[in-house]
Design a protein around this ligand. Structure first.
Ligand SMILES: Cc1cc2nc3c(=O)[nH]c(=O)nc-3n(C[C@H](O)[C@H](O)[C@H](O)COP(=O)(O)OP(=O)(O)OC[C@H]3O[C@@H](n4cnc5c(N)ncnc54)[C@H](O)[C@@H]3O)c2cc1C
Length: 266
């Protein structure tokens, strides 16, 4: 397929769902779908596949002057869903949950996780609600192991753990050829995630490996373990220790308790 698309959509870093729909309706009247079609402007982009990534940037603009630790990846909070203020001090009366939160998880070295998973939003909201109405000692941490599901082109895809928190991956069961497989991800020698395609029954087993920080690659056991299970493939994701976005605050001034300024990226 030769896809012709207006330069505007390629060069605009953020489009809301409404503006994507409006764009497609404008360019492809009658169908509202992506596909080869004449465009009004002279500029175009040729592509085999168009991937539209929606929902990755959090709408935190309205919190710009709130004094909370809000940025493009969301609002940082503790494991009890209490938001941090911009000084990194935990608040006691502002709670966050779901996609907009960034929270530390002990299974993932306490790094702040930003997740876009429906199940995480539900589980974290329950913890936030519990902690809103319970005093300190009765508060609970949000420790759910992240899970995700999707159905794409007739394939059932499920994930447990955090696949991006990895340095290597192996195909532990099945194969691409069979169109059913289990991929297991590891980070520094322990299992951190698994993704199954048409093999959801195995997921509980891999969740147990993640929860117990089992060694990676996982030990042989499955009857349908392929020879490739011995081959470690670099997972090729950004090192989770690295910065993935710019700072939202900068150190300025001299007073010990008033040294931060909010930075607004251009
Ligand atoms: C295209 C797409 C496909 C997805 N597919 C899957 C999937 O297959 N499986 C899966 O597990 N997850 C999937 N997700 C992710 C899932 O939808 C989210 O993780 C989940 O909806 C998060 O719930 P939430 O309540 O945290 O946020 P949201 O569902 O985004 O709800 C936030 C709400 O707050 C509103 N809001 C924003 N700003 C303001 C404001 N200033 N004042 C008042 N209201 C405001 C928004 O309009 C929105 O209604 C998908 C997401 C997208 C975008």
């Amino acid at each position: 397929m030769s896809l012709r698309a207006d330069r505007q959509i390629a060069e605009t870093p953020r489009l809301s769902v409404k503006s994507v729909q409006a764009y497609l309706t404008l360019v492809h009247p009658g169908t509202g779908c992506m596909g080869p079609a004449p465009v009004r402007r002279a500029g175009h982009v040729d592509a085999e596949v168009c991937v539209v990534a929606l929902g990755a940037v959090r709408n935190v603009e309205w919190l710009a002057d709130s004094g909370l630790a809000a940025g493009p990846r969301g609002i940082a909070c503790d494991a009890g869903c209490r938001a941090f203020n911009m000084y990194g001090i935990v608040t006691d009366d502002v709670f966050v949950a779901g996609d907009v939160s960034r929270f530390p998880h002990p299974l993932f070295e306490y790094q702040l996780l930003s997740l876009e998973h429906w199940a995480n939003a539900v589980a974290q909201a329950e913890v936030a609600a519990h902690n809103m109405v319970n005093p300190g000692p009765l508060r609970r941490p949000h420790l759910t192991v992240p899970t995700f599901w999707s159905s794409q082109f007739g394939l059932n895809i499920k994930s447990v753990g955090v696949p991006t928190f990895s340095d290597h991956v192996v195909i532990a069961q099945g194969s691409l050829k069979e169109r059913r497989l289990a991929m297991v991800y590891g980070y520094r020698g322990r299992v951190t995630a698994a993704v199954t395609v048409n093999m959801a029954k195995s997921l509980d087993y891999y969740q147990h490996l993640i929860e117990t920080a089992a060694p990676f690659p996982p030990a042989p056991g499955a009857a349908d373990r392929p020879i490739e299970a011995e081959i470690l493939i670099p997972s090729d994701v950004p090192d989770p220790r690295g910065l993935s976005h710019g700072p939202t605050v900068a150190l300025t001034g001299h007073l010990p308790d008033r040294r931060l300024t909010v930075v607004r990226p251009g």
